[in-house]
Design a protein around this ligand. Structure first.
Ligand SMILES: [Zn+2]
Ligand SMILES: [Zn+2]
Length: 197
């Protein structure tokens, strides 16, 4: 079978739609891989730390191969369009941040007001279409803009979260569901899951 999908198409396929947020994560991840490839010997494990849970993190997972399930993808919940990447065993990593105000600068002037209407569910069908048009245009701009115009790239010292660990599962005495042992608590001297304590 011929697999001719580009990395961007793979990201769109995984994410489910084309949007500016996905393009942000894509640009950050592509830049990180370009940099890490130069320094990486063989198949050392890449680790990603994302500071947002918005659309862009899907591109990061597809492009870097770091995933939530593999334990080399971490979410620091601070609400920033910032993405850090490193290689296990090396302290030097890179943090890539979307410059503040870039979206507004690149977008059509009406984009922000329209976005509020669309997300507030008050947009007419015509406004919806117009918004989709702007949304697509903005995505293209983010994909094609020189990186230094839209993102700040800085070397950083990586503080790696620990490797994924394996735990036994115990049965919650109250709901009868299995729960990772370290998450279980005792209630009436019986193991209880976080939902039942
Ligand atoms: Zn999206
Ligand atoms: Zn339970």
């Amino acid at each position: 079978m011929c697999n001719a999908m580009s990395p961007w198409e793979k990201a769109v396929d995984f994410h489910g739609h084309i949007c500016p947020g996905l393009a942000i994560g894509y640009r950050a991840a592509m830049e990180a891989m370009r940099r890490l490839k130069q320094e990486r010997a063989g198949d050392e494990e890449v680790v990603a730390i994302v500071e947002t849970d918005a659309c862009g993190v899907d591109a990061v997972q597809v492009i870097t191969g770091c995933t939530f399930g593999k334990g080399n993808f971490f979410f620091r919940d601070v609400g920033k369009q910032a993405f850090s990447f490193g290689v296990r065993g090396k302290e030097e990593g890179v943090r890539i941040v979307l410059k503040h105000g870039v979206m507004e600068k690149l977008a059509a002037p009406e984009w922000k007001a329209l976005r509020e209407k669309v997300f507030g569910k008050t947009a007419t069908a015509g406004e919806q279409n117009q918004f989709q048009e702007f949304h697509k245009e903005l995505t293209d701009k983010i994909l094609n803009e020189p990186l230094e115009n839209i993102m700040e790239v800085n070397a950083m010292q990586m503080d790696f979260p620990p490797h994924a660990r394996i735990f036994d599962t115990v049965e919650c005495a109250f709901c009868r569901e299995g729960v990772m042992e370290p998450r279980a608590r005792l209630k009436q001297s019986k193991p209880a899951c976080p939902d039942c304590v």
